[in-house]
Design a protein around this ligand. Sequence first.
Ligand SMILES: [Zn+2]
Length: 86
Amino acid sequence: MAEDAALQELLRIARARISSGTLPATHSGNLFAGTGQGKLCCLCDLPVGAEDVEYEVVMKASRILDAYIFHRRCYDAWVAACGSAP
Ligand SMILES: [Zn+2]
């Protein structure tokens, strides 16, 4: 798959998950970046391994703390999708 097609696919998934409520529509949380620990990415559902950078977004919605784990490229796709969400 070409790089652009892969990005478009991530963007498509991000938009779908935002509209279904699986992912938040705003990226107003705190962002932490670190070495992957094998947790599942909230966008592509693949583990973020030690060879990847793990992006963790911690949201505080009402009194519940939610954390979302992303690959770097998935984080970028989610941010892009947030900006273009209806
Ligand atoms: Zn991912």
